[in-house]
Structure formats: structure tokens, C-alpha cells
Design a binder for this molecule. Structure first.
Ligand code: FE2
Ligand code: FE2
Length: 243
């Protein structure tokens, strides 16, 4: 199945027409299915980038909210202005049950995720990891099957990159991950902590790293040096295609 990922919001520049922002959002298309992953930080920047990329949010089938941090849900109201039919997958977090109810009253379906579940019809082989850890806050990630194995798309990886990778490996029976795209959350680490974290990334069997958002520049350059051609440069407006 054909896959296309368009990065709508990221801290890193790529397409000069688009604005960068501290946050993450990407549109995943698998054949005819459209899944919006997270919603960036500043609503105006999210809206600007969506429009410049020529994306039509009314066509989105599923909205996947990895976690409720403001740099991942900033464009929520803008999205709700454009789309009243999507199913929204959110991690189990009682602090946001009121928000979920508000969205349901607008006519959208909100699915609260605790355990791993398919996102859309099973034939597409797209899943949520379920909430891998509630500490420091509940977050789930998306993973999908491709010809080179399973890829993961993550928001901030608060439950740690290697724990999320391990969850996917346990669920799928694969001992590696083809690609891991998203924030790795290494930006607050010192040099020794980065070294240790990168060792854990390698040990967890991640073959290609698309480390962006909250990974931090230092950790990104360590990963880039180590992974070489298997480091995927992610930035705002980047389009990845695979099958
Ligand atoms: Fe984030
Ligand atoms: Fe976060």
C-alpha cells in the first residue's frame, strides 16, 4: 500500500514557504485513507502551513492526538472548523474528558485509547500503541506496516523512544523498527545523557531515524553522524513516500 507523510508543523525548516514552530503535526495518507497526526502549536502557523501545502482538512478521516500538550493540539479549533466527520483518537487522560465531550457535542466521534487498537479498517494495518506510560503524561503513538517492516510516528515520545519501540516489537513479533519518526524528547539532555539515549535507540532495533521536534539539535547531530544515510531529515513541508 502506498504511504505518504507530509510534515505540517515542526521546529526544523525544510520548505522555505512554510513557518517553523515548536510543535509537531503531519498528515499520513495510506492509499485513500487520510490521518492527521497532531495539530502543531500556534493555530495561525498550523493554518498557514495547511493552506500553503494545499491540504484539505475536510477530507481527513481520522485525527490522531498523541497527547494533550499544547504544542500538539494548537490547531484543534481550526481543524474543528473544517471537519465535522472525523473520528478522533485520544489517549486516556481524565483531565481532558470535558474537552472530549465538547468535541462529541459538535458531532465528531472521540475514541479514548488505553490499549492498542487499529486505526481505521484492519486491512490498512495502522494501529495505536495504546498508552505506553502515563508518566509524565499519557501518550500513545501510531504504527503502521510497510514492505520494510513497521514504522512508528510519535509526538514527543514522553514514555521514551525505546519503550515505544519495544511495545511495537512485542505487539508485532518483529525485532526491529523500520522508521521512527517524530519527537524523541532528548532536548534537555546533557552530552552523557544523549550518548546513553542514542545507545538505547540503537539497541531497540530502530533502523532509520526521523528524529525531529523535541529531539534537540545536539542529539539530532549525534544521530545524524551515527546513522548516516539512515538518518531521515525531517522538517516542515517534508514529504516522505514509501510502500
Ligand atoms: Fe512536543
Ligand atoms: Fe509533549
Amino acid at each position: 500500500m502506498k504511504k505518504k507523510l507530509t510534515v505540517i508543523v515542526d521546529n526544523n525548516p525544510f520548505d522555505e514557504k512554510l513557518k517553523t514552530d515548536w510543535g509537531f503535526s503531519a498528515l499520513l495518507e495510506v492509499e485513500d485513507l487520510k490521518i492527521l497526526f497532531d495539530l502543531g502549536n500556534e493555530s495561525k502557523i498550523f493554518a498557514n502551513n495547511v493552506e500553503k501545502l494545499g491540504l484539505d482538512l475536510s477530507e481527513v478521516d481520522y485525527l490522531f492526538i498523541s497527547h494533550y500538550d499544547s504544542d500538539h493540539i494548537g490547531g484543534l479549533n481550526y481543524f474543528l472548523e473544517k471537519n465535522r466527520k472525523a473520528t478522533i483518537f485520544v489517549p486516556y487522560n481524565p483531565d481532558y474528558f470535558d474537552l472530549n465531550d465538547k468535541i462529541r457535542k459538535m458531532g465528531l466521534n472521540v475514541e479514548v485509547v488505553t490499549n492498542p487498537i487499529p486505526i481505521g479498517p484492519r486491512i490498512y494495518k495502522i494501529f495505536s500503541t495504546g498508552v505506553v506510560s502515563s508518566f509524565p503524561r499519557p501518550e500513545h503513538s501510531l504504527f503502521l506496516f510497510g514492505k520494510d517492516g513497521y514504522s512508528i510516528i510519535a509526538g514527543c515520545s514522553h514514555p521514551k523512544v525505546w519503550n515505544i519501540a519495544k511495545r511495537v516489537e512485542e505487539l508485532t513479533g518483529f525485532d526491529y523498527i523500520d522508521m521512527y519518526i517524530g519527537g524523541y524528547h532528548f532536548y534537555k539532555m546533557n552530552d552523557d545523557e544523549i550518548k546513553e539515549a542514542v545507545r538505547n535507540v540503537i539497541k531497540s532495533g530502530i533502523r532509520r531515524v526521523g528524529a525531529c521536534h523535541c529531539t534537540g539539535d545536539k542529539a539530532r547531530s549525534v544521530l545524524r553522524d551515527l546513522y548516516g544515510k539512515s538518518f531521515i531529515e525531517i522538517g516542515v513541508g517534508k514529504v516522505l513516500e514509501w510502500s
